[in-house]
Design a protein around this ligand. Structure first.
Ligand code: 5GP
Ligand code: MG
Length: 175
């Protein structure tokens, strides 16, 4: 799939690495003396989560959940499905849900509601990117890499159609 629009880099590899390192320090301090279950949301959250967990200095158990995506659309349908659940028993555990981006917030709202039923000790949310101006659900992340305006993002886990999740920097399109 070729890009039919002109890419514009928003965050470089170095800027991302620096920010992720700081987030890792902050999270490690907040959970000092405890351990956590990190739940990356597939597919978009896998790149960010893999960088983030390597910056954590606390004991980390990692398990995955898959949520339905927008498909090829650039706007949320508002209907979110849990396609794959974690296998770990998170009852009484500190859960950190990790995703690439929070936009309308419907995905996180659904995941938090779903994970809450498993009776964890705590649930927190960490996203690389936050688009607060797009929020519709009543939810906000505890940890944010970068707050951004309402632009469509690609790279660092985020897809354009079926591709470009592997691009190591974060870009948008020049209008
Ligand atoms: P929400 O449910 O908060 O509206 O959207 C969350 C999910 O939508 C993200 O995990 C991501 O998969 C997708 N998404 C939201 N904004 C963008 C974007 O700008 N670019 C891409 N590629 N996906 C996005
Ligand atoms: Mg996603």
């Amino acid at each position: 799939m070729k890009l039919d629009r002109k890419p514009k880099v928003l965050f470089t590899i170095n800027e991302i690495a620096e920010r992720v390192k700081k987030l890792g320090m902050e999270i490690s301090e907040d959970y000092d003396g405890e351990d956590i279950v990190v739940i990356p949301l597939l597919r978009g959250g896998f790149i960010f989560a893999s960088d983030l967990v390597r910056e954590l200095k606390i004991p980390v158990n990692i398990d995955f959940m898959t949520t339905s995506s927008y498909g090829h659309s650039e706007v949320s349908s508002g209907i979110v499905e849990i396609i794959n659940d974690v296998r770990t028993n998170v009852k009484g555990k500190n859960v950190l849900i990790v995703d690439d981006i929070i936009d309308s917030g419907y995905t996180m709202e659904k995941v938090v509601e779903f994970v809450s039923m498993k009776e964890p000790e705590s649930i927190k949310i960490c996203v690389m990117l936050d688009k607060p101006s797009r929020r519709e659900a009543n939810i906000s992340p505890d940890y944010v890499g970068f707050t951004i305006p309402d632009v469509f993002i690609v790279g660092y886990g985020l897809n354009y159609g079926d591709y470009y999740r592997n691009i190591p920097y974060i870009f948008t399109f020049d209008e």
